[in-house]
Design a protein around this ligand. Structure first.
Ligand code: FAD
Ligand code: EPU
Length: 343
């Protein structure tokens, strides 16, 4: 187990931000993790309480400054079928497995339920962190349980569905248990018989364009991949972390007031009667789409995605997000919330 010092994080975050980490170490099993915490720099340097940060694929992070602590890169692997019943198969997956590769594994084996979540970057261990979602499906719908290692107590805990308090891009790990656990594996409950979700966004249109006669989870996955590739920038080409902000929800009264002032605004009703607005539309209406200052910018095809064209600092991207947040608030009276984890 190697501990590196003062290394650039540029290859480890999809924004491509070149902040530095004071210490950096990868672990591929719980023994290594425990050893790292017991004998690593956290306890052997004079500043013994350096903060720790768990890193998966780095696709939902913005480093605004150097990280004066210990980065723990999760590389725990393994995909194991643990049980099955008439309708479902239960697959336990190491937190360091690549998410999209796992989606492809499920499609290959005809395990249904996550095909709409194709091509989301990052690792399995981060999927419960913000209850990843896309094209009408969220991870909570196939989540069975997870095992997490408590950083202080150095012991494993099992979290079932109700323990995770999943919400829209939200879970208990972003609040009550923030920075307390390392997720080491996640067990998903996949369906033997598919239930197709094609009504969201342009999926049906894309399936038709592809000439699909018989619906399958593979066809849906391919349609989602095509749609995503057409509008989201590939982090290998342009640094980004997907949607920078969450889509905000407003009360019905507020929505009606906005609708009378901005007739083109669209709202999607939530179960609690509030309405979800498209943050990308709000940002575009403020004139930000395609904006660029230095190497920080707003993607020309998707205003919700902030980009690093090459050498922007994390702070420059953060400042841009602050200006966007202010102008949206001034124009619409709606306060956006960042989805990306700001470090
Ligand atoms: P990281 O960025 O490494 O970490 C994210 C957070 O989780 C951090 O707080 C980190 O400390 C914590 N964390 C990571 N692993 C662990 C662990 N094992 N234990 C404890 N804490 C951990 N997200 C969506 O929901 N839907 C989308 O459609 C979507 N599209 C995207 C498109 C693009 C082009 C990009 C770049 C990002 C997109 N994202 C999307 C955001 C991102 O891919 C997801 O949030 C993903 O789950 C992050 O995984 P990661 O491994 O990269 O996490
Ligand atoms: N829109 C604009 N201008 C823009 C961008 C979007 O007017 O510049 C409008 C679109 O025309 C559409 C609406 O906003 O009417 C929604 O746009 P889109 O379908 O592209 O989805 P989104 O709301 O921007 C969300 C998620 C994505 C997820 C897609 C598909 C959030 C914050 N984002 O984006 O997740 O992939 O839906 O389900 O919920 C992520 O979380 O990182 C992410 C990429």
């Amino acid at each position: 187990m190697q501990i590196q010092e003062n290394i650039s994080l540029k290859p480890f975050n999809t924004f491509g931000i070149g902040a530095k980490a004071r210490y950096f170490s990868a672990f591929s099993n719980v023994g290594d993790l425990a050893e790292l915490l017991a004998h690593g720099p956290r306890l052997t340097t004079p500043d013994s309480r350096l903060p720790t940060l768990v890193l998966g694929g780095g696709s939902n992070m913005l480093f605004t400054k150097d990280f004066n602590g210990v980065i723990l890169k999760n590389e725990m692997k393994g995909i194991e079928k643990i049980s099955e019943d008439e309708n479902s198969v239960y697959i336990k997956v190491g937190a360091g497995e690549n998410w999209h590769q796992f989606v492809l594994y499920c499609i290959e084996n005809n395990y249904a339920g996550i095909e709409n979540l194709s091509l989301i970057p990052g690792c399995v261990g981060a999927t419960p962190m913000q209850n990843i979602g896309a094209y009408g499906v969220e991870i909570k719908e196939v989540f069975h349980e997870l095992t997490a290692f408590h950083l202080e107590e150095k012991s494993n805990y099992t979290f079932r569905l109700k323990d995770c308090q999943f919400g829209y891009r939200d879970s208990v790990f972003k609040h009550k248990y923030k920075n307390q656990f390392v997720i080491i594996n996640v067990t998903y409950r996949l369906n033997k018989q598919p239930v197709f979700h094609t009504s969201y966004g342009a999926i049906e249109q894309e399936l038709e364009r592809m000439g699909i006669k018989e619906l399958s989870i593979r066809a849906i996955s391919n349609a989602v991949i095509n749609i995503r590739s057409s509008k989201l920038p590939d982090p290998k080409e342009v640094g980004n972390a997907g949607s920078f902000f969450k889509n905000p929800s407003v009360e019905k009264d507020k929505y009606e007031q906005l609708k009378s002032e901005f007739p083109a605004i669209a709202g999607y009703e939530n179960a609690d009667g509030t309405l979800k607005l498209a943050a990308g539309w709000l940002i575009e209406q403020c004139g930000w789409k395609g904006y660029r200052q230095g190497d920080a910018g707003v993607h020309p095809k998707q205003a919700l995605v902030l980009v690093n064209y090459n050498n922007a600092s994390g702070y420059e991207v953060y400042e841009l997000s602050e200006r966007i947040l202010q102008t949206v608030n001034e124009k619409f009276g709606v306060l956006l919330e960042r989805e990306v984890n700001i470090i």
